[in-house]
Design a protein around this ligand. Sequence first.
Ligand code: SF4
Length: 190
Amino acid sequence: MIALAEIFYSIQGEGTWSGTPAVFVRLAGCNLACDFCDTDYAIERFCSVDDVVRAVREAGGDCPMVVLTGGEPLAQAQTPALIEALRGDGRRVHVESNGTIFTKLPADVWLCVSPKERVDPRMAKRADEAKLIVDRRVPEEHLPLFELPTILLQPEGNKPANVALALAYAKAHPRRFRLSLQTHKFIGVP
Ligand code: SF4
């Protein structure tokens, strides 16, 4: 069974795919407990993989993009089966992970790793996108693990001080860093 927090249809507000319509499947629970976490990933209900696939269809019709988020979506044993079922239903699956739990993912699954206190080097290597949360500092200690040419800096909570810090860092290192804002919050959508 899948422990589910919520399913909703919106747009991806952050990172490379910003502005793209997507169905979000928030899986309940996380293996970390970050100080700044503002995500409600409490369990709303338990459901089967097929139930989730059906709920995605009901929420987003034939929207191709489905984002598995959390909490930590790779902390649940049934997540690989859910990914397979969604791919079988014609979806392009994106996973937003803290990168701590090594999981083999199909090549067409987009993996966004947002490292927190630690990250598994194999997940950093597999990542299609790296999103570093800037919360009073740029967590440079994670950088050596990523081979990606571009790293996203996302100011925590869109707070002005964090925005200024991320912006200054990106401008000082323009070949590798980009600012990623939580644009969905500007327009008041989840
Ligand atoms: S990894 Fe993400 S969801 Fe988990 S506690 Fe940290 S910020 Fe919250």
